[in-house]
Design a protein around this ligand. Structure first.
Ligand code: FES
Length: 142
């Protein structure tokens, strides 16, 4: 881990359903976290085409299809897979799971600015409930 970055607790794993994404706002960053079944991945939530919300896209294998115009983004590398001629790449973020909680490595200056978009899902539970250090979480969205 870089000296200027810190691992932060984001939310319990069960808050991100299998093959779905959820959006997390950390300062000016809007990050999409996806549950691929065997692992979680985190990428910039903004499609490189026209800014579509990738967290609302359809997950297919290890890619997500943007909900606006159908560009396909590789969730591991961030590379645009379709259209093939596009060479843009979406920023990816270090992510890991610790004690059933999703952790993101973020710049130290953003610690304290974590927010997961609000949810209609009453079963969702931010990791701020209990002993975690991410008390600013307000919920989770679909
Ligand atoms: S905004 Fe994502 S494909 Fe157009």
């Amino acid at each position: 881990m870089s000296k200027n970055r810190r691992w932060m607790r984001i939310t319990p794993c069960q808050n991100i359903p299998l093959r779905e994404g959820r959006a997390v706002k950390i300062g000016h960053h809007n990050i999409a976290i996806f549950n691929l079944g065997d692992r979680f991945v985190a990428i910039n939530n903004r499609c490189p085409h026209r800014g579509g919300p990738l967290s609302d896209g359809i997950v297919s294998g290890s890619t997500v299809v943007c909900p606006l115009h159908g560009w396909k983004i590789d969730l591991t590398s961030g590379a645009v897979r379709h259209p093939a001629a596009v060479t843009d790449c979406v920023e990816t973020f270090p992510i890991r799971v610790e004690d059933g909680v999703i952790m993101l490595e973020i710049p130290v200056e953003l610690v304290g600015f974590i927010q997961i978009a609000e949810s209609d899902d009453e079963d969702s539970e931010p990791c701020g409930s209990g002993k975690s250090s991410c008390a600013s979480l307000v919920g989770i969205t679909g």
